[in-house]
Design a protein around this ligand. Structure first.
Ligand code: 5AD
Length: 344
């Protein structure tokens, strides 16, 4: 098995059966070797530096009804909010002072925050913070709208494909959504020039190892600049409330596989990973992740942006907890980088 891992590190690709063996292998020694190789690649590419992104959750209103997501349209048990342009700019100002040079605006597909309005916000951030990267994570849009956002000064876009295979996609999403359209959006984003991020939830309901392998092959084709992976975590007010959470171990394995496939790709150690195990964030870094995204949203809205239950939001998860985050990273020999951290 270690030969496969060496092969992945050197060739950045494996035969399908080898991915299968690697993903199902229970041997701790092999897993440790996989993480160690991925970590070496990260250290060569980025040194012991971890990039930070300030996450601003701009709205928890959503027109979609994804079966796994806590802010789905049908959930009547949450208090909906949307930030104003001024509130978002205040988050950026606060973040800039703390040292953030990337702002990520994430939110549900909220019709009330029109594309024209988002363009206005992006334009304002671009002019006040010319040295910062602006990342958007606002779901599916038309080619023209993505293009207008790019022209207004947005640089990066995060849109997980969630799962490649159509029938599995349909088990997670209502009829009006499709895997094909999601993948089309990702190709558009890349074509327009966005540094583009995609990814999946690990252990989502009905997911098989073969699904994950198809995800790997899709990502291999797309060649995104960023890859986001987190374990599925149930939310009490969704149809998947009773479904068990995804495995941290499998998430970490996959993270290492992607690091070996794409040495330069930006991989966050996600909040979902941090939410499941106390030191999930650090485990992600040790498996080859090189980005963390502390929460920069106003503190009174953080709890309302609940995609899954028990979202980590205190201490090192919060933008104000940057010193704590840095202390934690230092215990494993890493530290925060204050650079913008573009894909190179
Ligand atoms: N558990 C884990 N991740 C989730 N997401 C949405 N709902 C959940 C959940 N219950 C992820 C999706 C989405 C990203 C913003 O959050 O992959 O793309």
């Amino acid at each position: 098995m270690k030969i496969w891992i060496d092969c992945l590190r050197n060739e950045h690709h494996l035969p399908t059966e080898a991915y299968h063996e690697l993903l199902t292998c229970q041997d701790a020694e092999v897993t440790d070797y996989l993480h160690q190789q991925a970590r070496e690649v990260s250290l060569t590419q980025f040194g012991n530096k971890v990039y930070i992104r300030g996450l601003i959750e701009i709205s928890n209103c959503c027109k979609n009804d994804c079966y796994y997501c806590g802010i789905r349209k049908s959930n009547t048990h949450i208090e909906r909010y949307r930030l104003t342009k001024e509130q978002i700019l205040d988050c950026c100002r606060e973040g800039y002072k703390l040292g953030f040079r990337t702002f990520v605006m994430q939110g549900g597909e909220d019709r009330a925050q029109s594309v024209d309005w988002v363009i206005e916000v992006v334009t304002a951030i671009r002019s006040e913070f010319p040295d910062c990267a602006i990342t958007l994570s606002l779901g599916e849009m038309s080619y023209q709208d993505y293009e207008r956002l790019y022209d207004a000064g947005a640089n990066r876009y995060l849109l997980r494909h969630e799962t490649y295979q159509s029938s599995h996609y349909q088990q997670l999403h209502p009829q009006e959504m499709s895997a094909q359209h999601r993948q089309q959006c990702l190709r558009w984003l890349k074509e327009i020039g966005f540094q583009t991020g995609t990814g999946i939830m690990v252990g989502s309901p009905h997911q098989t190892i073969d699904n994950i392998i198809e995800d790997i092959l899709f990502i291999e084709q797309l060649k995104p600049q960023m890859i986001g992976l987190g374990p599925f975590i149930p939310h009490q007010d969704t149809p998947f409330a009773q479904h068990p959470a995804g495995s941290v171990e499998l998430t970490l394995k996959l993270l290492s596989i992607f690091r070996l496939m794409f040495p330069q790709v930006l991989i966050p150690s996600t909040t979902a990973l941090a939410s499941l195990g106390g030191d999930g964030r650090l485990k992600g870094i040790l498996a080859g992740a090189n980005v963390v995204m502390p929460n920069l949203s106003p503190s009174n809205t953080r709890k309302k942006y609940e995609l899954y239950n028990n979202k980590a939001s205190l201490g090192a998860e919060a933008a104000e907890g940057l010193t704590l985050l840095n202390e934690q990273l230092k215990t494993i020999g890493y530290e925060i980088s204050m650079e913008r951290g573009d894909y190179k």
